[in-house]
Design a protein around this ligand. Structure first.
Ligand code: LMR
Length: 328
């Protein structure tokens, strides 16, 4: 009976092939933790659409936003296990795989997003994309989100205002040191938990970009946002070596081009998005945006900047120098 069934299956397969039935396209999973109306969310959707248009007979991209598939604690392992094929974690989340990318977390390093962009496009910035290769990962490009702001239950004008307060941070030792420098208590927590931690007042504050503060509604549970622009939150679009190198050369080239275009799209909308979401927060009346005077901002710079020295060895002084040079 079993033999008969197998024979029928083989015959059915042959009939399908001779009738020109094509194999189903391979599924490529793109997992991320933010909302769809963010630079990363939009970039992933653009990639999905470009792939459908150009090579849809062979590949279909499925996008999983909002930590639906994997939260940020698990997505890199999932990538290495082949459970997803693309992720774009914040540069702050790679310290298990490389210490070099910690440069992006140094407080008050970049004066604006143009400087961040110059550094990323420089040879020093591009070299960092391969800093994770030895761990089986490939950085395919940088994607912008924007500069970080500080949100809290109480107004934060000077570093002393943060004293003793609990702040959620991404999984980065540099960010931990940055909050310790102002005598605050940093807590490494996944992005998917931040809203509840803030709402229940288990923590006092957090740092994030306008687009994340708006799309994840942090502003509804944080009455004050200090426009500090003290650091950057950008991403590295990442795949696994195993997946990438196993692709046929021609397909890899089409996918890379689609990805580059999707990243360019995300980068092109990031700044506008940040400004619009800042305005949306302002218009909501739920959160007050605090503008620092130069003297107040300088106090944060003075207290936080010594953190650079703690990480100089791990990051490499030449990498920090190149990043500083991008401010000119
Ligand atoms: C965060 O954890 O705050 C961010 O990295 C989320 C993201 O991916 O923008």
């Amino acid at each position: 009976m079993k033999k008969l069934t197998t024979m029928f299956s083989v015959l059915a397969l042959c009939a399908g092939m001779s009738a020109g039935v094509q194999a189903a396209p391979d599924t490529i999973k793109f997992s991320h933790v933010v909302a769809e109306n963010t630079p990363k969310g939009q970039m992933a959707l653009k990639f999905r659409d470009l792939v459908a248009e150009r090579i849809g007979d062979k590949y279909v991209v499925e996008v999983y936003p909002n930590s639906q598939l994997f939260g940020d604690g698990k997505e890199m392992e999932a990538l290495l296990l082949g459970d997803v094929q693309f992720i774009a974690p914040s540069l702050s989340k790679f310290s298990k795989y490389t210490k070099k990318l910690q440069v992006y977390d140094l407080p008050f390093l970049f004066k604006d997003m143009e400087a961040v962009d110059r550094f990323q496009q420089s040879s020093a910035g591009q070299a960092l994309l391969s800093s994770v290769n030895s761990k089986g990962l490939i950085g395919l490009g940088y994607l912008h989100n924007g500069l970080k702001q500080l949100s809290a239950n109480d107004p934060l004008r000077v570093p002393a205002d943060a004293d003793g307060k609990k702040f959620r941070i991404m999984s980065s030792d540099v960010l931990a040191a940055q909050f310790e420098a102002v005598e605050a208590v940093p807590l490494k927590k996944p992005f998917s938990e931040v809203f509840t931690l803030l709402q229940t007042r288990a923590i006092d504050g957090q740092e994030n970009t306008w687009s994340n503060i708006y799309s994840k509604k942090f502003f509804e549970v944080q009455p004050y946002i200090t426009e500090s622009n003290h650091g950057v939150l950008d991403y590295m679009v990442t795949t696994s070596m195993e997946f990438w190198n196993d692709l046929p050369d021609g397909d890899r080239a089409v996918l890379k081009k689609a990805l580059d275009e999707a990243v360019a799209h995300g980068n092109a909308i990031a700044n506008d998005k940040a400004m619009k979401d800042r305005q949306n927060i302002l218009d909501s009346g739920r959160s007050q945006i605090i503008t620092l005077t130069d003297a107040e901002r300088q106090q944060w710079v003075e207290v936080m900047k010594p953190v650079w020295d703690q990480f100089q060895e791990e990051i490499g002084p030449e990498v920090i120098e190149a990043a500083v040079a991008s401010n000119q």
